[in-house]
Design a protein around this ligand. Structure first.
Ligand SMILES: [Zn+2]
Ligand SMILES: [Zn+2]
Ligand SMILES: [Zn+2]
Length: 130
């Protein structure tokens, strides 16, 4: 029999499970739809809250698209990397991009500009969609 605390953590695990299930960004509504399909009953507001919690813990990466909608993805946290996003299926590849880091060096050397942070995404077609 499940204890009280197991009940409390279950929605979070299920939500994290959806994110881990595919290498793409999910909106809260998509996660909710996915869980409903798995017969997991959880309020949309819980999904929103949990996704935000996962982000705060560094277990999910947030991305806000052109329409202002926030989407989340499970991402190996610690290491800095970039994303190549497929326009066809939405699949996300983690890409190491040393060329971008070299560009940061040249900004400093040529312009005396010290880069604190940068974000960069690449869009195209994955191997399966090409
Ligand atoms: Zn990533
Ligand atoms: Zn970078
Ligand atoms: Zn694709």
């Amino acid at each position: 029999m499940a204890t009280r605390s197991e009940y409390a953590t279950r929605p979070r695990e299920r939500i994290a499970g959806v994110l881990r299930g595919a290498r793409r960004f999910f909106s809260a509504a998509e996660v909710h739809r996915e869980l409903t399909a798995q017969h997991v009953r959880v309020a949309l507001s819980t999904v929103y809250r949990t996704l935000e919690h996962l982000r705060e813990k560094g277990e999910a990466t947030i991305r806000v698209d052109d329409t202002g909608e926030a989407t989340y993805m499970f991402c190996e946290p610690a290491q800095h990397h970039h994303h190549a996003i497929c326009n066809g299926c939405g699949r996300v590849e983690d890409v190491d991009c040393s060329a971008v880091e070299q560009f940061a060096d040249s900004l400093r050397n040529l312009h005396g500009f010290l880069l604190d942070a940068h974000t960069m995404e690449f869009y195209g077609r994955c191997a399966a969609c090409r």
